[in-house]
Ligand binder design. Structure first.
Ligand SMILES: Nc1ncnc2c1ncn2[C@@H]1O[C@H](COP(=O)(O)OP(=O)(O)OP(=O)(O)O)[C@@H](O)[C@H]1O
Ligand SMILES: [Mg+2]
Length: 581
């Protein structure tokens, strides 16, 4: 209910005038519909007595019929349009929210589930906002107006007709109660199904490469079957509603003839009124029958609302403070103090343990460590794609968490270890919405030679996730994307892992050029460089050595290779490193 109120305020309230207009039209529709049998009764009772009156009533009935068509159409337009508009705004808002949510949320919700929420659940909610609201008003109005008219004609007959229908409704409640949990199950199963299809498509190469098709087809079958079973159960319950109410209506009709007939003979009601009551039964039954459908629209809509709400109000995990500090101009210095970080709250082993590190403004700091030692974790915390504990990272003396996150990120250029490319041209993948020419960064990233051989050069569409490019080309495209930006901090996570020696040498030259470029009052950028290659690390101002999340050594390359430790061991083992140093 709280959800509904919050949702209603934000999305439905702006359309109140639409709903109000729709309601007036609907009331008019129902009032006219109820008047028709009343005039029919009058016409029947006047038959043979007053031909003029009969003609008059018949004309009136015909006009009313025409008017009903007009106002009913009007009411539908007025009710359905807000549904579409709400859907439109909701989809935009959800997408905006999705761009803000951080990895921790995505680790919890599967992509298919999210997609299902943003499409299926939004559609269910639209049905509730449009059709559902219309029907609720319609049913209420029809029952009130028809009921009121019936009572005013004959309270006794009303009782005969409505008693069986009320009993039918009570029985119905039991079914509706059972449906609710089934509806929820169905929605979760649908999301599960979507996720399976989506992740299978994403991993289709792996499935085929491992000839795992049958296993995945079987999993599809299981999920699909579960969803179908739930829906079959639901439709059985739903199907029961219709005959149940039809039967109640039949009993009402029987009561009308059994007891109403003699009343007409005794002159307590007129024949016309009896006929009007027969029409009223149909008027009562129709909205009641649609009630079964309406209930499912409501159940689905409300559960969808919960599921959408969970996304919409999931904490983006970016504690933007009310008055964030704007980072200063130019390359910042970083101070890391006692940084311990766990990915999960109950992880025993932290990914980083009690790390202290100073990174002076405008210097190049290499980060070395074996796989799983926490290098990428450190970079993620600096980018704040994960939030560092309070007070552990300071940027020019200000807690990183107090900085305006967007402003901080605009200062960063990041080439991550597992680069993501969009199904766009190389140019668009590098520019990411920017308008400057990309050629200089392509050159710096030693990508020009590769691009020349592509069919449309920079405008070649790289396919989903860059499938058309080699691993090394993807890596350098991501590097070009980072170098393209207007950065003060350059963060490169292992961007040299997939290059040959010639390209490596060119990249090292590029990086040296980039790292030592004085840019007016902004100075040299602060550069963080994760690598295993001694040839690269040798150029850094200092190298930090991580092992199991701890800092085990720190210093310039030339000092580190003199001291016993993992760094020296690696250096001794790496031929090209010695040749280069
Ligand atoms: N998203 C995550 N959730 C939970 N644990 C994670 C996550 N990412 C990394 N870890 C864990 O944190 C530890 C450090 O990982 P990290 O990615 O920082 O290593 P790395 O030094 O970058 O390794 P590599 O050289 O292989 O890239 C590892 O034990 C890893 O299992
Ligand atoms: Mg890593």
């Amino acid at each position: 209910m709280k959800l509904l109120a919050r949702f209603g305020r934000r999305y439905a309230l702006p359309y109140l005038p639409w709903y109000a207009g729709g309601f007036v039209f609907l009331a008019l529709t129902n009032w006219l519909a109820v008047q028709i049998p009343v005039h029919m009764a009058a016409a029947i009772d006047a038959m043979g007595l007053d031909p003029d009156a009969v003609r008059h009533e018949a004309l009136l009935i015909a006009l009313m019929g025409l008017a009903v068509i007009a106002v009913r159409t009007g009411s539908r337009v007025l009710f359905f349009t807000p549904g579409r508009l709400v859907e439109f705004h909701l989809k935009n808002d959800l997408f905006a929210q999705l761009t803000k949510l951080q990895p921790a949320v995505y680790a919890r919700l599967e992509t298919g589930d999210i997609v299902s929420r943003a499409s299926n659940d939004v559609a269910f909610l639209r049905a509730l906002v449009g059709f559902g609201t219309l029907q609720i008003c319609n049913v209420t109005l029809a029952l009130l107006l028809t009921g009121g008219e019936m009572v005013s004609l004959s309270p006794t007959l009303t009782l005969y007709v409505t008693a069986p229908i009320l009993v039918g409704m009570l029985i119905l409640q039991v079914g509706i109660f059972n449906m609710h949990s089934l509806v929820r199950t169905a929605q979760v199963q649908l999301a599960d199904l979507s996720d399976h299809v989506l992740s299978s498509l994403q991993g289709i190469g792996t499935i085929q490469g491992f000839t795992a098709e049958d296993a995945f087809i079987q999993r599809m079958d299981d999920r699909n079957r579960a969803y179908m079973d739930t829906n079959v159960k639901l439709s059985i319950i739903r199907s029961l509603i219709f005959p149940l109410l039809a039967m109640a209506g039949g009993i009402g009709l029987w009561a009308l003839l059994e007891y109403g007939g003699p009343m007409a003979v005794r002159g307590e009601v007129s024949v016309g009124e009896l006929v009007a009551f027969i029409t009223f039964i149909a008027y009562l039954l129709w909205p009641l029958m649609s009630l079964g459908w309406l209930v499912s629209v409501f159940q689905r809509g409300l559960i969808s609302l919960e599921r959408i709400d969970e996304l919409m109000y999931a904490t983006p995990d970016r504690p933007d403070l009310p008055h964030p500090v704007t980072p200063g101009v130019g390359a910042p210095g970083l101070a890391i103090r006692g940084l311990t970080y766990r990915y999960g709250e109950d992880d025993e082993e932290p990914a980083l343990k009690d790390l202290d590190l100073d990174i002076e403004a405008g210097t190049v700091v290499g980060i070395y460590g074996q796989t799983g030692s926490g290098k990428s974790t450190l970079l993620r915390l600096l980018m704040r794609t994960r939030n560092p504990p309070e007070g552990t990272i300071e940027v020019d003396g200000v807690d990183l968490r107090k900085l305006d996150l967007d402003a901080w990120r605009r200062k960063l250029a990041v080439a991550s270890q597992v680069p993501f490319l969009f199904s766009d041209s190389i140019r668009d993948n590098i520019a990411m919405g920017g308008s400057d020419p990309v050629e200089p960064s392509v050159e710096l990233a030693a990508l020009s030679g590769d691009v020349e051989h592509l069919p449309d050069a920079l405008d070649t569409i790289v396919g989903e996730r860059g499938i058309m490019l080699s691993g090394g080309q993807r890596q350098r495209t991501a590097l070009a994307r980072a170098l393209y930006r207007d950065y003060d901090v350059l963060v490169l996570d292992d961007v040299l892992s997939a290059v040959d020696q010639k390209t490596e040498q060119r990249l090292i030259d590029s990086l040296e050029q980039v790292a030592t470029s004085e840019r007016g009052d902004r100075g040299r950028p602060t550069t963080l460089l994760v690598s295993h290659r001694m040839s690269v690390l040798a150029r850094a101002d200092k190298v930090v050595v991580l092992a199991d999340g701890r800092k085990v050594d720190e210093g310039p390359h030339l000092e580190l290779i003199e001291r016993p430790g993992p760094y020296r061991d690696a250096w001794l083992a790496q031929d090209d490193g010695r040749a280069d140093a």
